[in-house]
Design a protein around this ligand. Structure first.
Ligand code: FAD
Ligand code: NAD
Length: 405
């Protein structure tokens, strides 16, 4: 009998969790499992702010996918998906195509610029290994060039971070450690450096615990960060950005580096493939299938689920993507074993910890608020746990974070 073909697109948190759980749940003779990913490596998206600032080498952030999958059960294809043809049960890759009986879309998210002019052209976003490496090198280049130019241009040393969400704040925390190092390395006076965070909402980390936010702001201000709250980025230009506070208070901020960290949307393939979506994210059924597509599961940043308690979508996080991956693996195993009842996803919120550089953080975990080295320790444990869940103790030993105070 022909074995059912399962194709998993994306080897991020959601995709790898699905693949590594599924390889344990079904036998090699029960299904043909194929995992497709752009690169032969997985990267820890949740560590990319460190690679972008240059506080952690990008090789620490990635590992070979082949090291964590059972190649007797899962075939890995390094390839780029370009479209899903649901009617034909096919995935088109840049090179070739794949047929499926069951599909898991775990392609992650993309930077959302809300159509703001000039951002795609002139701002950087923290998205993957290559964008992180580009940001690190661009910032370093600004410092290296500053002293070699005849007429010193101080705006080279201005870094603007758009958005004071978790990504923006974690990146600023890393800059707090990295900028003094760059100043020393390139003989730059720290006083000349400006780090400006522009946030449209009336507070930093909108919706997060105000006491923890106050701690984070004080910590980052001490490191030299200037916050421009209630101020929206309106345009990106070759020289910097245009911001506005209210209708008429428009200002240009000249900057050598602009990082856009103000939101994400689902993978462009979702809309291209005709799925009904909100900002590229499909509102999935409770069992994580796409509405109207009984054989397509969507997990992670390209999916959307409503938190009924507040009637708003859950934020796109690695925590959710991994938990969804576990449920999808069980649901696929159920389908392979001809069970008609599928499991519904329920989010088990273990908390949120936001790093503020190497040894500081804020967070709520297991219902408790924490700050400082305790929160930073917790953040490293969370990072190590993600490695453990996918690659076990050996992956933690190779890639884990043990530099606790
Ligand atoms: P990803 O983990 O992003 O994986 C997507 C995969 O798909 C990648 O391997 C990519 O290469 C691949 N891919 C993309 N397009 C294609 C294609 N066309 N063809 C083939 N392969 C493709 N969340 C938390 O819970 N905790 C945190 O502390 C946290 N910190 C974060 C820090 C930063 C700097 C950022 C940017 C995000 C952070 N998040 C955090 C959010 C979290 O990283 C995402 O929600 C999570 O990565 C989503 O998982 P995913 O599986 O959907 O996608
Ligand atoms: P986000 O959507 O959470 O935050 C974006 C911020 O940008 C918001 O505060 C928003 O008000 C602001 N903004 C939007 N438009 C703007 C404009 N024109 N000008 C200025 N500010 C503007 O995005 P994010 O921070 O990238 O986070 C993405 C997801 O990843 C979230 O779900 C987040 O929870 C998760 N994440 C979690 C962690 C963690 O748990 N430690 C770390 C990073 C990211």
């Amino acid at each position: 009998m022909r074995k059912p073909k399962i194709v998993i697109l994306g080897a991020g948190y959601g995709g790898l969790m699905t693949a590594t759980r599924l390889q344990k749940a079904v036998g090699a003779n029960e299904a043909e499992i194929t995992l497709v990913n752009k690169n032969e490596y997985h990267y820890e998206t949740t560590w990319l702010h460190e690679a972008s600032a240059g506080t952690l080498h990008h090789d620490r952030v990635r590992y070979d996918i082949s090291k964590v999958i059972d190649r007797n059960k899962v075939e890995f294809i390094q390839g780029t998906a370009v479209e899903i043809k649901t009617e034909e049960k096919k995935v088109l890759l840049e090179k070739g195509e794949l047929e499926y009986d069951y599909l898991v879309v775990a392609l992650g998210g993309e930077s959302e610029t809300f159509g703001i002019k000039g951002l795609k052209e002139y701002a950087y976003s923290i998205s993957n290994i290559n964008s992180a490496r580009q940001i690190r090198e661009h910032i370093e280049y600004q410092f290296a060039t500053y002293n070699t130019e005849k007429e010193k241009d101080d705006t080279r040393l201005t870094i603007v971070v758009g958005g004071a969400g978790f990504t923006g704040i974690e990146f600023l925390g890393e800059l707090g450690n990295r900028i003094p190092e760059l100043c020393k390395e390139y003989d730059v006076d720290f006083e000349k450096v400006k780090i400006i965070c522009v946030e449209a909402a009336p507070m930093v980390l909108p919706g997060f615990d105000p006491e923890l936010v106050e701690y984070a702001v004080a910590h980052l201000e001490k490191k030299g960060v200037q916050f421009r709250i209630g101020t929206a980025i309106k345009e990106g230009t070759p020289e910097g950005i245009i911001v506005a506070k209210g209708e008429n208070d428009v200002e240009e901020i000249k900057a050598g580096t602009v990082i856009w960290a103000a939101g994400i949307r689902g993978n462009a393939i979702i809309e291209k493939s005709g799925f009904e979506a909100m900002r590229g994210r499909v509102k999935v059924e409770a069992d994580l299938r796409a509405p109207g597509h009984d054989n397509v599961f969507i997990v992670g940043d390209s999916s959307l689920m409503i938190n009924e308690e507040i009637n708003r979508p859950y934020p796109p996080t690695a925590q959710i993507a991994m938990q969804q991956g576990e449920v999808v693996a069980r649901n696929l195993a159920a389908l392979i074993h001809n069970k008609s009842e599928l499991e519904s996803f329920t989010y088990d919120n273990k908390g949120t910890v936001c790093s503020l550089g190497e040894h500081d953080a804020i967070g709520v975990a297991f219902g408790k608020k924490m700050v400082g080295t305790k929160a930073s320790f917790m953040k490293k444990m969370i990072d190590n746990r993600a490695l453990y869940m996918i690659g076990g103790a050996s992956l933690v030993a190779k890639k884990g974070k043990f530099n606790v105070l």
